[in-house]
Write a new protein. Structure first.
Length: 104
């Protein structure tokens, strides 16, 4: 299965938890990584280049400060590719699962 991992930070930054998950998953799945901090204000358009390669799952690692940015990107992806599964992990979904699961 092809999985796209997205780091929704506003600036390029290491997300240690995300790198741990990616290293565990890459043994059995083909993975891609997208750091939205590299795209400035064009971050919503950035996933389109990666999604054309039959990605089945998009996984976000969200902190509280970038949760809404990740939601915007996830919503854009779902609008363009309704069959893709979206997964949210990270500290915000861990601490506030009810809030996260309230979003479609």
């Amino acid at each position: 299965m092809k999985v796209l991992f997205i780091n929704p930070n506003s600036a390029p930054a290491l997300n240690l938890g995300l790198t741990y998950v990616m290293s565990a998953v890459e043994e059995e799945h083909e993975i891609k990584f997208l750091d939205l901090g590299l795209y400035g204000r064009d971050y919503a358009k950035a996933p389109r280049t990666y999604l054309s390669t039959s990605i089945a799952v998009v996984a976000f690692s969200a902190f509280t400060h970038n949760f809404h940015k990740a939601l915007q990107v996830a919503s854009s992806i779902k609008n363009d590719y309704p069959g893709i599964k979206i997964i949210f992990g990270g500290i915000h979904p861990t601490l506030y699962p009810e809030e996260v699961t309230a979003y479609p």
